[in-house]
Design a protein around this ligand. Sequence first.
Ligand code: NAD
Ligand code: LMR
Length: 334
Amino acid sequence: MASSEPVRVMVTGAAGQIGYALVPMIARGILLGADQPVILHMLDIEPAAEALNGVRMELVDSAFPLLKGVVATTNVEEACKGVQVAIMVGGFPRKEGMERKDVMTKNVSIYKAQASALEKFADKDCKVVVVANPANTNALILKEFAPKFPAKNITCLTRLDHNRALGQIAERTGAAVSDVKNAIIWGNHSSSQYPDVNHAVVNVDGKEVPVRELVKDDAWLDGEFVKTVQQRGAAIIKARKFSSALSAASSVCDHVRNWVKGTPEGTWVSMGVLSDGSYGAPKDVIYSFPVTCKSGEWTIVQGLKIDDASQKLLDITGQELVDEKKLAYECLKE
Ligand code: NAD
Ligand code: LMR
């Protein structure tokens, strides 16, 4: 995708919190690289049209050298035209006391409606990442209602959870977060997700040390650590009264940049992708797996040893995705 031609990047819900943090990151080259010009397509709904225009004005005022154009619109077809990356943030965020599936009714119908516009108007190789919750199930609905679109091009964001796991290990061990790698988020971007550090390592003086060996506290790794990562979204909502925005925006950039430009040798990241049944995950749901990326394609990391306790947790989060899928179809019938 890297070229001197600008890449068209769509952000839906661009007038919202994540949108406001994300669009300057894209315009600064954090999404696709510091030498990749971009044209931003920003979509929001009519009640947010004025705020969206405010964001457009601020982009103009920032004079970002890489930003070659801005489309700010409330027309989904116009927004999707020719886009090569689609970041689907538009929707209703969770409030304090709600589970992510509580926003299901409102959000899945948006994803059904936007699927056909993407299929018809976006570039045929467009890479899609769904951020709005319930992210995995919205991505699944998008895939199912855009059947001509390659399923491998539709993903959801669990990189924020992955980064949260790296951050917790860094805080606990005192390592730089850039020295921690290969955590895994399995399953749903919800409190049932399983943040797994059984294969994670920390670079200590040039040597990769397993996290379990370094932390020396299995009770913490299997207990408080898992809970903290699973509940981090709720903790941010409690503290800020709004859901995470800058960390979500930054993680979107990590997700897309690794997908397009590849993952470093020996490193994997977590992405919600269409399940092929690897590791006993249910098929035909968007499930978060460890993946490596090369030449713009993701591949699920195979052959990792999963102990019995972990397998149970993989199954629980998989079952939640099966239940969410059923619920989503019920919502769409109403
Ligand atoms: P927000 O309410 O600040 O912004 C959402 C924007 O979407 C609003 O401007 C709204 O007008 C717009 N919108 C609503 N319906 C739309 C539609 N049909 N088309 C286009 N735009 C539409 O919310 P936010 O804090 O930016 O969060 C956005 C979503 O991302 C929420 O669903 C939130 O729960 C989710 N989220 C996911 C992750 C993740 O890791 N996957 C992390 C943080 C937040
Ligand atoms: C997050 O993980 O921060 C988001 O999904 C927001 C939420 O509802 O938790």
